[in-house]
Write a protein that binds this ligand. Structure first.
Ligand SMILES: [Fe+2]
Ligand SMILES: [Fe+2]
Length: 161
């Protein structure tokens, strides 16, 4: 599934690159909700604690999606969202928990992704010229760092078992 912004009608005052990147984060956070929820489902049989963690992360990512939507409104971006519907495909993929190597790779990738997201939000925070927007972006950055920490702790816990 995918959202797409309609052509921008007016509002040239806002920094276009900044707005575009906030919009991109808005979409990415939503995609992460679906991805993390799917990971939780894949983990549920063998790793209930992992399933619980990814469910919790998905809830926070959904809150990020919502808050980025608030930022878009605050920026005065009037972009009607066009629902393109499912992209189809439905390619079958192996479970990320099919092997120890696959599980390790999953955690490595997700920890790196969370750290990258945190860095992106810190950069956007510095680019924001609105205190309220900067504060929201800082909170999200801190939560993304917390996600990386929680995932690393779970990875260590699995390694010991
Ligand atoms: Fe997030
Ligand atoms: Fe996150």
């Amino acid at each position: 599934m995918e959202f797409a912004p309609r052509r921008n009608t007016g509002n040239t005052s806002a920094n276009t690159a900044f707005v575009r990147e906030i919009y991109q984060r808005f979409i990415e956070e939503f995609n992460t909700v679906a991805e993390y929820t799917a990971i939780a489902i894949a983990a549920s049989d063998r790793y209930p604690a992992v399933a619980k963690l990814f469910d919790e992360l998905a809830r926070v990512e959904l809150a990020h999606h919502t808050r980025l939507g608030q930022i878009l409104r605050r920026l005065g971006v009037e972009r009607a969202l066009q629902w393109r519907g499912s992209q189809g495909g439905g390619r079958r993929q192996a479970s990320p928990f099919a092997s120890e190597a696959a599980t390790a790779a999953l955690f490595e990738a997700k920890i790196a992704g969370e750290m990258e997201d945190a860095a992106t939000y810190r950069r956007l925070m510095r680019d924001a010229n609105d205190m309220r927007i900067a504060a929201i972006l800082q909170e999200i950055a801190t939560e993304e760092e917390g996600h990386a920490t929680a995932l690393a702790a779970m990875q260590a816990r699995l390694g010991r078992s």
